[in-house]
Design a protein. Structure first.
Lengths: 176, 176, 176
């Protein structure tokens, strides 16, 4: 249930970049800011991402709230799209997804109307893809809540904190 | 208002495990995952818990939203139940609650309908128990919001980050 | 987009305290707790603040929800008032705002009713002031969501994490 770095011993070729290739996933262009903030901030070994939305460019790929305009399957797919944006952003910031040691926190905000209870199903749209790419031992703690509304009218927003290392990427980027 | 480790000098026998015993509290079985995530992740000295719910096993002990199906007293009791789950989980992960140095963050999500303003009263159901167990000097920063809905229909979800030490538990567990 | 300490090289006299003076801003009295929690907790180099509200003393300066009782301009101003409280609190806790290395995370919870999409405009009320005081290179990652209700009926609550240094303040406070 709780995982430590020791449990993550992996041979060469089993890193996140390789898994992404094996899954046949091509990442989109990384998201750009809509406002006055950084897309990510690294504090010590923790990389905090700005809230990831199901967008392409500045256009939402899905609009609506669970329990009103959208069903759980559509919201779940939105969570997956938001993860693809997160992966593109992390690769851009770190040079390689292989610099991710683990995912510390996945927060999933689902826009809901009424007495909705399918939040975990929606959140799993993000969790399945993250596990496919980073492996089970890197799974995050997870906080899932139903909110009243989200920016741009999207159904899902992700709050992600990664633990990263300054070595380990194929191109060996180093920072202070 | 702000507390440092220096202010926490405590004699033997006044640790969290002893206080729990003095309070006559027996912890429940620690919660198990409902999905694809870890119940907790340690990053440096910070232990992030998955969102804690007022559940026993996979069954919610309370269902409803403040301002609709539930009143503030019932939601407050739910916050307390969620803390008991958190304590059980932390003890399981760390071996002993005495390895908690302080609580860094307590986030309280309260499911609400309409113009509700009793969130702090609900959140205090968590805060009182945490203070009773860990002492005033370990009190967390707190973020309390009213959300539209929560997983399983529960009225309260807790977001907890603890600062932990690798020594200090009675059975002296050590990691990395 | 991502910023590192290296990009923040600043000459003397360009720190946050000086900028605040240049902007002609006088900070209010720092907020006091409404309940059983700490106003801030430092964990390593991260300073977590309790959720900052648009209050003076224990009195809300604005009440209402976006999409119902308030419009985006009013909510935006509330976000600015909450930042002033945050600045007053950080100065009190650290001795000087110049000990802030960067802002790691800005979470903005906006109370909303219905299909609201102006959250970023509201959040910018906080972001503009933070950038004015700490500079662009210190801009945080940002997570903005629309919630159902907030404590005291306020329209905005801020979740702030700062990275701080033990040196750098004019009065040179040092801790452990």
């Amino acid at each position: 249930m709780n995982t430590t770095s020791k449990e993550r011993a992996q041979g060469p070729g089993t890193g996140a970049e390789q898994r992404l290739k094996d899954l046949g996933i091509r990442l989109p262009e990384p998201p750009e800011p809509f406002g006055i903030y950084a897309m990510s901030v690294q504090s010590g070994s923790q990389l905090f991402l700005t809230g990831m939305l199901p967008t392409r460019g500045h256009t939402p790929q899905s609009v609506g709230r669970l329990g009103a305009e959208l069903d759980a399957d559509a919201a779940r797919e939105s969570a997956r799209v938001a993860v693809l944006n997160a992966l593109a952003l992390v690769r851009k910031q770190l040079g390689s997804l292989d610099r991710v040691v683990r995912i510390v926190r996945l927060g999933v905000f689902v826009a809901t109307v009424g007495d909705v209870r399918e939040h975990p199903k929606v959140a799993d749209g993000a969790s399945v893809l993250l596990q496919d790419v980073f492996g089970k031992a890197s799974n995050p703690s997870r906080v899932v809540v139903g909110v009243a509304s989200l920016p741009l009218g999207v159904p899902v927003e992700l709050d992600l904190i990664f633990e990263v290392t300054n070595s380990g990427g194929p191109d060996g980027p180093t920072e202070g």
